[in-house]
Structure formats: C-alpha cells, structure tokens
Design a protein around this ligand. Structure first.
Ligand SMILES: NC(=O)c1ccc[n+]([C@@H]2O[C@H](COP(=O)([O-])OP(=O)(O)OC[C@H]3O[C@@H](n4cnc5c(N)ncnc54)[C@H](O)[C@@H]3O)[C@@H](O)[C@H]2O)c1
Length: 269
C-alpha cells in the first residue's frame, strides 16, 4: 500500500514506524529527511494519506487534499484547532472522501473494555504529562485534554447518554480541571496537567455496585476486571483506516472539546 505521511515530526515518525512493509512517501517542508517539501510535489492521489502536522495546519492541509482529489485521509487529533474550521471541513468534505480522525485512545483495549461497564455513576480520569512535550500552537485542552474528553464522549455514548453540564474548576497554562454531569446523572472529574514529575494516565469508573480502576503503571490490568489483552492502539486505528471503518462520533468529540475550550479560555481571564 502507498502511504503518504504529511508532517514528519514526533507523531509522523511513530506512524512511519507502524507502516513497515508499505511504500512510504513523506512530505515536510521543514524536515530535510522528508522525501518532498510540498503536497503539490506528489503526482498521485492514490494511497492512504496521514496528516500528522501541528493542529493549526490541519484545516488548510485537509482543504488542499480535498482539492487535490485524495480519497483516504487520516487526520490526527484534534481535527482542527478551531471548531468552526472542523465544521467547515465536514461541510466541504466530498462524499467519496473517507476522513479518519485519530482519537487514538478509543482503540485502546482497556478503554474498549471499560466501555462495556454497565450502570456507570461517576467517571474519574487523570492525564498527566511531565512538561517535555508542550506544543507551541494549541492550548492544553486542545492538545492533551482532548484524549480524556474523547474517552468521556465514548463512555457516555456507551451509556446512551449525553453531556448536560461542564465546568472548569481550575485553569492555568499547564493544568486544567474539568467536571460536570450527564443528562442521566453520570458525574465526571478530569484532571489534565503538564506539570507532573511522571507521565501517567488513569481512568476509574464508579458503577452501581463496583469500581473499575486502570492506570498506565499497570497498562494491561483493570482493578475489578483483571488482565486485558495487550494491543497497540495506533496499529488498531491504522487497521480501521485501511479498512475504511470509521468511529461514529468525531463531531461529538469536537463539540465537547469546543465547550471545554471556551470555558477554559474564559476561566483563564
Ligand atoms: N494521538 C496521539 O497520541 C498524538 C500524540 C502526539 C501528537 N499527536 C498529534 O500529531 C500532530 C503532530 O504533533 P507532533 O507532536 O508530531 O508535532 P511535531 O511538531 O513534532 O511534528 C509536526 C511536523 O509537521 C511538520 N509540518 C509543519 N507544517 C507542515 C506542513 N504545512 N506540511 C507538512 N509538514 C508540516 C513540521 O515540520 C514537523 O516536522 C498533532 O495534531 C498532535 O496533536 C497525536
């Protein structure tokens, strides 16, 4: 399979490492290691195209790929940095273009397993980074909180529920605390911070009779459930993309992300 990676930085390299055995073409105007400097240098629309550039460039690159006639496009989270641009992308996406939005964690076996838990009453998540990877173009909500937000949207859909209220209890450049409740009364707390000594993710589901806890310290084990099969979430997403299997709710995630982002920006001032 021909695979074109647009943006050969941190994540583009990870994607490249997962595509061994495929014909790989890379595009990056700022990386001398890349095969091409511009999308217009590539004289085919065939193959699978991966957009792994900074979030603020996704909008114009996606429009350029639509215009070029490319049919299979992967875009990294967030789809665009601004919600209006995300809506514009979906309004302009030709019907025959398959646009796969990579919300990596939704293909993690632990998240899929937790998604089957019944009678959820409360969701508690922590997403902690050590400050070594702060992007210059987007804030902590759009860059990092997008992961637990995507998981929250997934859990609520599995509970046939929707968000009713979101609040921000703390906001700074490097940390944000998000809480709220769903229409059926599921409550949630999300702590996202780039000031931790150690990178760590954790998800706990407080259900009617049981509590299920997972932490990246013991990545294949869920308290209350036991061992979960080890799987590579990025490879699982690539398989979906190659098979043209889309997750059903990228716009739900984008809307919730936008709600959190607006509240976060208001809380900073
Ligand atoms: N799913 C995940 O877990 C995960 C993790 C990290 C990053 N990401 C996402 O991946 C994307 C890239 O993040 P990153 O950390 O790799 O950033 P990065 O800065 O390391 O890499 C981005 C690359 O894109 C290149 N680039 C910039 N403008 C370009 C353009 N117009 N055309 C082609 N290349 C261009 C840059 O030169 C750079 O090499 C972001 O959307 C980020 O949110 C996802």
């Amino acid at each position: 399979m021909k695979c074109i990676i647009v943006g050969l930085g941190y994540f583009g390299r990870i994607i490249r490492s997962k595509l061994e055995g495929h014909e790989i073409i890379t595009v990056d105007p700022y990386n001398a290691e890349a095969d091409h400097k511009s999308i217009s240098d590539i004289d085919t629309i065939d193959g699978k195209w991966f957009v792994t550039t900074p979030a603020t460039t996704h909008y114009s690159i996606l429009l350029e790929l639509f215009e070029k006639g490319v049919k299979d496009i992967w875009v990294e989270k967030p789809i665009c940095d601004k919600f209006e641009d995300t809506l514009d992308i979906f309004s302009k996406k030709p019907d025959d273009v398959f646009l796969y939005c990579d919300f990596t964690w939704l293909q993690h076996s632990v998240i899929k397993r937790l998604g089957n838990c019944q009678e959820v009453k409360h969701v508690e998540m922590k997403w902690l980074n050590d400050g070594s990877m702060i992007p210059g173009d987007v804030n902590i909500v759009t860059d990092l909180a997008v992961h637990p937000i995507s998981i929250l949207v997934f859990f609520l859909i599995k509970s046939r529920d929707v968000l009713d209220d979101i609040g921000i209890t703390y906001a700074s450049a490097k940390s944000v605390l998000i809480n709220g409740r769903s229409r059926k009364g599921i409550t949630f707390n999300i702590e996202v911070s780039n000031t931790s000594m150690k990178k760590n993710r954790s998800v706990s589901l407080y259900c009617k009779d049981e509590v299920f806890r997972w932490s990246s310290d013991n990545a294949c084990f869920i308290e209350g459930i036991g061992n979960v099969e080890k799987s590579d979430a990025i490879e699982a997403n690539i398989t979906n993309f190659f098979d043209r299997n889309a997750i059903g709710y990228p716009l739900d995630i984008a809307r919730t992300l936008n709600d959190c982002d607006c509240l976060y920006n208001a809380s900073l001032h």
